[in-house]
Design a protein around this ligand. Structure first.
Ligand SMILES: [Mg+2]
Length: 219
C-alpha cells in the first residue's frame, strides 16, 4: 500500500527556476509604478483588501500599460523549468500519484515552459490571463487559492478525491506555502530561503534538483 496518493506543487521557485514571485517579473518588465504596487500589496497583508482585489489592481496596471501576450512571453525568457522537473513529474505519475498545482502563478509561465501541463496535472489552481483576439491583455481569471488559501485548495482536492490529508504531499519554496505545508502529511521545503517554511516543513531539500524529492515520496 502506497503511503502517499497526491502531490501538490508550487510553481514559482519550485517547478520554475529563476523566479521568486512571477507577478514581480511582469511588474518590472512593464515598468509599473512600484510604489503603487507596494501600497496595494501592503493593504492586502494588512488585511484591508482581499487577494482578489489585490490581483485585480495589479492586472489593471498591466492593462493600463497596453500589455500584450507576446510581451508576457518575452518577459519570462530568463525563466526555465526547475532542473529535474520533467523526470520528477513522470516518476510520480508512473508511481500512480495524483498531481496538482496550487499556486498564485500565472498560466502564461507554465503554458510556455511545460505546454502539456494540463495532461500532466489532475488539478490546476493558478491565475489565467485573458487576451483579446489581437493579443492584448483584457483581464484575468484569478485564483483565490494563494497565500494561506493554498491550504483550502488542498482540502478541496483531498475531500473530493477522498484522500486523507496525511496521504498528501506538498512541495514549495516560500512563505505562501507555510499554511498548506502545515496540513499536508508530508511537506517538503524545496530550495527554500524562508525561515517559517523551513520550520514547519518535514523535509528540507537544498539545491535545485527537483528529483531529490522522489526518495521521500516514493522511496
Ligand atoms: Mg514559490
Amino acid at each position: 500500500m502506497k503511503k502517499f496518493k497526491l502531490v501538490c506543487f508550487d510553481v514559482d521557485g519550485t517547478l520554475v527556476d529563476n523566479v521568486t514571485f512571477s507577478w514581480d517579473v511582469f511588474h518590472k518588465y512593464f515598468g509599473c509604478d512600484m510604489d503603487k504596487r507596494e501600497r496595494t500589496k501592503k493593504q492586502f497583508f494588512d488585511g484591508k483588501i482581499s487577494y482578489l482585489d489585490w490581483a485585480k489592481h495589479d492586472i489593471g496596471m498591466w492593462v493600463e500599460k497596453g500589455a500584450r501576450k507576446e510581451e508576457f512571453i518575452a518577459a519570462i525568457k530568463g525563466l526555465t523549468l526547475m532542473e529535474g522537473a520533467e523526470d520528477t513529474l513522470l516518476a510520480l505519475k508512473n508511481a500512480g500519484m495524483k498531481l496538482a498545482i496550487i499556486s498564485g502563478s500565472l498560466d502564461v509561465i507554465l503554458g510556455s515552459l511545460l505546454p502539456n501541463y494540463k495532461e500532466i496535472f489532475d488539478d490546476v489552481f493558478f491565475s489565467h490571463l485573458t487576451f483579446d483576439s489581437s493579443g492584448k491583455l483584457i483581464g484575468a481569471k484569478v485564483t483565490e487559492f494563494d497565500m494561506i488559501k493554498k491550504a483550502d485548495a488542498l482540502r478541496k482536492i483531498a475531500e473530493r478525491e477522498k484522500i486523507p490529508l496525511q496521504e498528501c504531499v506538498h512541495i514549495g519554496d516560500h512563505f505562501n506555502d507555510v499554511e498548506i505545508a502545515k496540513i499536508a502529511g508530508l511537506s517538503i521545503a524545496f530550495n527554500c530561503t524562508n525561515d517559517e517554511l523551513l520550520k514547519v516543513a518535514k523535509v528540507v531539500i537544498e539545491g535545485k534538483d527537483l528529483r531529490k524529492v522522489l526518495p521521500h515520496i516514493i522511496g
